[in-house]
Design a protein around this ligand. Structure first.
Ligand SMILES: Cc1cc2nc3c(=O)[nH]c(=O)nc-3n(C[C@H](O)[C@H](O)[C@H](O)COP(=O)(O)OP(=O)(O)OC[C@H]3O[C@@H](n4cnc5c(N)ncnc54)[C@H](O)[C@@H]3O)c2cc1C
Length: 215
């Protein structure tokens, strides 16, 4: 954790947003499907874990600790040595990793194009036309404004506008990164914990793949 990010989100904690996220009622079908799957089965993939944390941290502006404790209680493979460094990386508070803000609609279209996964875990949307499965608010029928309803019969409208809140969050973190001694402290975080693994250069990688193809 880069100390410049201490106190960034804690004072603005929104319990309604936290409860909607933690129970899978944000109004974003793919986010809700992943959370409900996790609640039911105790495991999801790396990317979906990262997306849930990114959405909670950037779009809902929730502190990585409240987010992390909720997920720790759900992960069958919970391992504090992996978990909290991942929470700090995915919520953008290390100062040595780039901000990765996931677009929940783009992720939904890319990873569940026909909405099969969404319909399995968000039954309120089982009869919705394919054209609206990733953005049901554009369909408009049968949706409610009140996220605190937390209903399993009617689906709630999005609790935030994901694009404007993502933009606002990035601006707030960029502002922190601009303060004077930010870079010096980042260097000390990197020296202590930064990955030393260099990405294989493309050409070398291609060479390897070509060699592998021979076998
Ligand atoms: C926000 C967030 C929180 C996470 N919390 C945990 C956690 O509490 N416990 C946990 O084991 N993993 C955690 N991970 C890492 C990773 O998501 C899981 O290890 C992986 O998805 C587990 O699935 P698997 O056993 O099929 O992994 P495989 O992909 O089959 O990997 C095999 C093993 O390698 C290790 N591993 C895999 N990915 C990572 C990684 N990124 N970092 C470190 N070790 C890894 C795990 O021990 C895993 O069991 C987290 C990732 C994110 C983004």
């Amino acid at each position: 954790m880069h100390p410049a990010f201490e106190g960034l989100r804690e004072s603005e904690h929104d319990e309604l947003k936290y409860k909607a996220w933690a129970s899978g009622h944000t109004g974003y079908p793919f986010i809700d499907a992943c959370m409900r799957n996790l609640i039911a089965q105790g495991w999801i993939t790396f990317r979906m874990r990262a997306m849930l944390v990114s959405f909670a941290s950037y779009q809902l502006w929730l502190d990585w600790r409240v987010v992390g404790y909720h997920l720790a209680g759900l992960f069958t493979d919970y391992d504090p040595g992996i978990h909290y460094s991942q929470l700090q990386m995915q919520s953008g508070v290390t100062g040595i990793n780039s901000m990765r803000v996931y677009n929940p609609v783009k992720q939904s279209m890319e990873h569940d194009p026909h909405g099969d996964y969404i319909r399995r875990w968000v039954p309120e949307l089982k009869d919705i036309p394919n054209a609206f499965i990733h953005q049901p608010w554009k369909w408009g029928n049968n949706l409610v404004d009140d996220a605190s309803l937390l209903s399993n019969t009617v689906y709630s409208k999005p609790i935030v506008d994901h694009e404007s809140t993502a933009k606002e969050a990035k601006q707030k973190l960029t502002k922190v990164r601009q303060n004077d001694c930010f870079r010096d402290i980042s260097n000390s975080v990197y020296n202590k914990l930064g990955s030393r693994k260099k990405r294989a250069s493309k050409s070398k990688k291609e060479v390897c793949e070509n060699q592998l193809a021979l076998f």
